[in-house]
Ligand binder design. Structure first.
Ligand code: FES
Ligand SMILES: [Fe+2]
Length: 387
């Protein structure tokens, strides 16, 4: 059931989706202090493995060193080049590809070629910026703010459930990145509604789900949508495979957001997450990852069957996501119009959007400390007791 009994206001003005000043405020108040799911640990399988990506505060290199996954700003302190432009690889040490400066695991400068040319230079003075990294299960989180709360606290009451769902999800079935000329909130808000299913996804998902089978839950960290899980003819097989791994298959489809942008889903015999990374006031990058549960080597047939089942389901989900992505620039273009017929409106079915907007406004106003936001007309349900 939905939480609200009435339609709700569109709280954000159109400028929130286009204006650079607004975006700068979001960077400071909401995006910098957030935790960002940036990898699964199996993407860094060996000592020295690394991946690089651009993020809200510039390029980042994530590397496994000394047995731990560490993150550094991918900018050299010498001439400010990226240490490497490669997307992934393995390196024996952190070394800039331009002039060869080397850095130890703490980011401190370890060796400078032709060091006497830099006299006088205090030993260890120049180094790489180190960023915070924490893991929840196999999911690697990054934070740009040294004072932010730990990631489990940021995930709120979802932390245990998130960890359980991703535990053992060691086979990455899909990783996909898309750049869109769209404000990050357009993508988030699209994800937070089921209203468009009957139009945008008519060919893939069919009709809009009945309210009686939908559950909405709103809390201080985010919101979730729940509906009955997979009831297709493959369900008994999935249940059997999950049982062989000593796990229970998810009987509910769960789609959760942890504000501002982490979306994660509990899917049959696996899990997936999507991170919307803002790259400017009117642009963002969306990164999807889904992963299947695996036995860790003890049950190769079960592992094989799970991978096959993920392979069967993925084409449908790729199509669904493609349908959303194709429409997003059209939404942005309308919002960016200089004139509008009104401020917009949100239905009960889209109430997670108003909840998200209230959360955002509270932080931009600096009033978040007053407690759980009360979205217009919505009752906020505490998440305690959620399995
Ligand atoms: S820019 Fe990195 S060593 Fe010169
Ligand atoms: Fe959609």
């Amino acid at each position: 059931m939905f939480v609200s009994e009435t339609h709700l206001p569109q709280l954000l003005p159109p400028a929130a989706y286009t204006d650079r000043g607004w975006y700068e405020r979001e960077l400071e108040s909401v995006l910098r202090p957030a935790w960002w799911a940036v990898a699964l640990e199996q993407e860094l399988p060996a000592e020295g493995s690394f991946v690089t990506f651009d993020h809200v505060e510039g390029p980042v290199i994530l590397r496994r060193s000394g047995g731990a996954i560490r993150a550094y700003r991918n900018v050299c302190p010498h001439r400010l080049a990226k240490l490497t432009g490669r997307a992934s690889g393995r390196c024996a040490m952190l070394k800039c590809e331009y002039h060869g400066w080397e850095f130890d695991d703490s980011g401190a400068t370890r060796r400078i070629p032709d060091a006497p040319s830099f006299r006088p230079l205090e030993k260890g003075r120049l180094g790489l910026d180190v960023l915070r990294v924490e893991q929840v299960g196999p999911v690697v989180f990054l934070c740009h703010d040294p004072h932010a709360v730990p990631v489990r606290e940021w995930l709120g009451a979802d932390a245990d459930r998130f960890e359980r769902q991703f535990a053992g999800a060691s086979w990455i079935s899909w990783k996909h990145e898309v750049d869109l000329p769209v404000n990050w909130k357009v993508v988030v808000e699209n994800n937070l509604e089921s209203y468009h299913i009957g139009t945008v996804h008519a060919a893939t998902l069919g009709a809009i789900p009945a309210e009686g089978v939908c559950g909405h839950e709103l809390d201080a960290a985010g919101s979730r949508f729940e509906a009955p899980g997979d009831t297709g003819f493959l369900s008994p097989m999935k249940r059997h495979l999950a049982g062989r791994l000593g796990r229970a298959m998810t009987e509910q489809y769960v789609h959760a957001i942890v504000h501002p942008t982490l979306m994660w889903v509990a899917v049959d015999i696996g899990a997936g997450f999507q991170s919307v990374v803002p790259t400017g006031p009117s642009s963002c990058r969306i990164v999807f990852r889904s992963a299947g549960w695996q036995s860790g080597g003890g049950r190769p047939l079960v592992d094989w069957a799970i991978r096959r089942l993920h392979g069967v389901a993925l084409p449908l989900w790729r199509r669904v996501i493609g349908e959303d992505l194709a429409l997003m620039p059209q939404v942005q273009a309308g919002i960016a119009s200089p004139r509008h017929p009104g401020p917009g409106l949100v239905s009960r079915r889209e109430e997670r959007i108003t909840h998200f907007q209230r959360w955002l406004l509270d932080r931009l106003d600096g009033t978040a400390d007053r407690g759980v936001a009360e979205p217009g007309g919505c009752r906020v349900v505490p998440r305690e007791g959620v399995a």
